[in-house]
Design a protein around this ligand. Sequence first.
Ligand SMILES: CC(C)(COP(=O)(O)OP(=O)(O)OC[C@H]1O[C@@H](n2cnc3c(N)ncnc32)[C@H](O)[C@@H]1OP(=O)(O)O)[C@@H](O)C(=O)NCCC(=O)NCCS
Length: 248
Amino acid sequence: MCDDLIAKHFINSALSHQLHQSPEGTTHFTLNPSGRVWLISHNTPTDFAALDKLDPRWTTLNSYDPAIVAWAAEWNHSAQHLREMKIDVSKDKIPDEPKLPEGYKMPSTIEAKLWYLEKFPTLAETIHKAGAQVFVISDHTRSIPKKVAWCTIIMDKETKKCFISTLEVLPDYRRKGLAQYLISMVARTWSATVEGEGTVWLTVFDSNVPALTLYEKMGFKTNRELWNIIRAGTIRRLSIKTDEWGSG
Ligand SMILES: CC(C)(COP(=O)(O)OP(=O)(O)OC[C@H]1O[C@@H](n2cnc3c(N)ncnc32)[C@H](O)[C@@H]1OP(=O)(O)O)[C@@H](O)C(=O)NCCC(=O)NCCS
């Protein structure tokens, strides 16, 4: 199993996961629910002959590895930057409990998880395999309360990394501070859990301005950027300069 938390998330988000073992190293092949192949490789030598055998119509690549990105760049298809961002948390400085806007409440973690599994049944395996925790916000200003915002996290106590794997606020409920509240709760929960220093991680596409603005406002810093390259997609094309990458 890959020890990179972000790769772990992608792998856990997949219906099936295969490791391709070549004499040089391991490449992760995963199939997401739509049948698209995701390749994830992290600076391990790669068997390009094996990659070339994949069905080109269904290949999406996520990689930090300049050699693999250079290989995929030859497809000359759409590509975008996916940023890996993080903030530091510490047991010694647990942030104050954030305030929810009036009329909103957080159900218990058990209720949140049951609701999430009911709403996204195809993600049940992902949630169970990754041991994810779910945070939800309900609107109690309505006669029947409604769940309007949620996020899921994967925690790794050994590396003290917590990964925000999903975050969403329903369109009618945006710009009320709900996402900021959820992330603050995650940071608070994680600082209370780790011994000493820990980190909260997430990934975001550069094109997602609302999310990127939110994360920067909350102090997240870009750790490195990976490329998400789709062989038959429609996302804007960028020129690829692998020498611009952060060190990771
Ligand atoms: C990104 C998202 C989670 C933000 O949720 P939200 O509850 O509206 O965010 P908040 O109200 O907590 O915003 C806090 C701050 O983030 C920034 N922000 C949020 N939405 C923004 C937007 N559309 N444009 C610019 N800045 C924005 C602002 O600085 C905002 O503070 P302000 O309202 O005082 O100016 C929401 O737009 C969403 O669900 N998008 C679709 C799913 C998604 O992209 N998830 C993230 C995947 S990485």
